[in-house]
Write a protein that binds this ligand. Structure first.
Ligand code: NZQ
Ligand code: ZN
Length: 387
């Protein structure tokens, strides 16, 4: 186990009936709030009215910034920053999924500086005292509600970059599983795949041979994500299944699973971000289409690790490490098909002739993320493995 610092300052209020606390929790950080939300799901579910009432009862003046799209765009972030500056907002409250929370984080970061917010994502500028953020999560997937990361698509350059800084942790987040009852089956499945992908990235990129604690934690969370997703797809109003999936997705990317693993990377996300930047596919669907091909490409280099994954997650115990490894990958791919997420980029209608263009774009993120063992040739080979 490598040395590590684990410090996650986000306060979590988990469970049914926690939404009315958002007003007082947010009022602790200011009197004027920028309320950030998506394209309407919270209005359909009644959550919008509940949040507004709670914020007003707490004496907050509300400035609204709606219309965050899935895979949020830099142009819309810039509008949110201008609005926040115009009204001197002191706190930001995000109500939605990962796209809404990420856009809110970018607004928090950009609202207190004079330079363009994209300079954070390219590493040209470092974060300086961003506005405080509170969130109400409505979709179990990305983990943004309890981490310091944000992912934004630059709609001028079609680059979808992720960036992290410890000042971007939300101050507090409300996780009420009943808010996810309305998430449709496809996005429920994409969310489960995203949570699993975060763990797979850590599991297969750590170089430390002694990660017994983290391995059991990660294997357990993957099993939880699959089991709870299966239960939710059978009954979308199953509170306990929705609660299990929600907390699993939060724990998958809040720093707990990575603590002690040393250097880890996000190669599958590096490639996926180009797919959602170019074709606006849902993040989890893009990952589902890449994971089996990337694992088949990677397994020959780590047969024992992939065999352990197969044994402990799918109870595959016969054959050589190579045989177990490929059976494990096929079992995961079969589960993706069972929950109706794509297992090839062809299913996402990614044209074969675009592969080199995708690799050229993805490598720009690989450089920012210091994924030094990736070049365009390798990314192209992986993408051909995903067809
Ligand atoms: O916009 P609204 O109307 O809210 O509709 C959303 C959106 O269309 C809908 N939705 C959300 N909650 C709902 C609901 N529909 C019905 N009932 C509800 N309760 O679902 C759609 C998808 O929402 P979105 O926020 O885009 O999904 P997700 O939470 O998967 O977030 C995806 C974004 O997170 C980024 C991804 O790249 C992508 O941009 N990620 C952020 C990470 C981070 N900050 O650490 C890490 C992840 O790897 C990921 O990259
Ligand atoms: Zn992800």
């Amino acid at each position: 186990m490598q040395n590590f610092v684990f410090h996650n300052p986000t306060k979590i209020l988990f469970g049914k009936g926690t939404v009315p606390s958002i007003g007082n929790e947010t009022a602790a950080y200011g009197k004027k709030v920028l309320l950030v939300y998506g394209s309407g799901s919270i209005k359909k579910t009644g959550l919008y009215a509940q949040v507004k009432e709670s914020l007003q009862e707490a004496g907050l003046e509300i400035i609204e910034h709606p219309g965050v799209q899935s895979n949020p765009l830099l142009s819309h972030v810039r509008k949110g920053i201008a609005l926040s500056k115009e009204h001197s907002c002191q706190v930001v409250c995000a109500v939605g999924g990962g796209s809404v929370i990420d856009e809110a984080k970018a607004i928090c970061a950009g609202a207190t500086v004079q330079h363009d917010v994209w300079k954070f994502f390219t590493g040209k500028k470092s974060i300086k005292s961003p506005l405080p953020l509170t969130t109400v999560l409505t979709l179990a997937a990305a983990g943004s509600e309890m981490n310091s990361g944000m992912v934004i698509t630059n709609d001028e350059t079609s680059q979808k970059f992720g960036f992290g800084n410890k000042q971007l942790y939300p101050k507090m987040s409300i996780l009420d599983p009943t808010l996810t009852f309305s998430v449709p089956a496809n996005y429920t499945a994409y969310g489960a795949v995203d949570a699993i992908s975060h763990i797979l990235e850590f599991y297969f990129t750590t170089q430390d041979p002694c990660t017994a604690v983290q391995d059991r934690l990660m294997e357990g969370l993957i099993i939880n994500a699959m089991e709870s997703c299966n239960r939710v797809l059978l009954n979308p109003d199953d509170y306990d299944a929705r609660a299990d999936l929600m907390w699993t997705a939060t724990l998958a990317l809040n720093g707990l699973t990575a603590a002690g693993l040393g250097m880890v990377g996000f190669p599958m996300h590096m490639i996926e971000h180009t797919l959602s930047a170019f074709y606006n596919v849902p993040h989890g669907a893009g990952l589902s289409a890449i994971i089996p091909g990337w694992m088949r490409f990677q397994a020959p280099a780590q047969p024992q690790r992939f065999a352990q994954f197969a044994e402990r997650v799918f109870d595959i115990r016969t054959g050589s490490d190579q045989e177990k490894a490929s059976q494990g990958i096929e079992s995961l791919s079969k589960w993706f098909q069972k929950i109706h997420t794509p297992v090839t980029i062809t299913e996402l209608e990614v044209p074969a002739e675009d592969i080199s263009k995708i690799a050229e774009n993805a490598i720009t993120l690989a450089k920012v993320w210091r994924l030094r063992d990736y070049n365009t040739k390798k990314i192209e080979s992986i993408l051909r493995n995903c067809q």
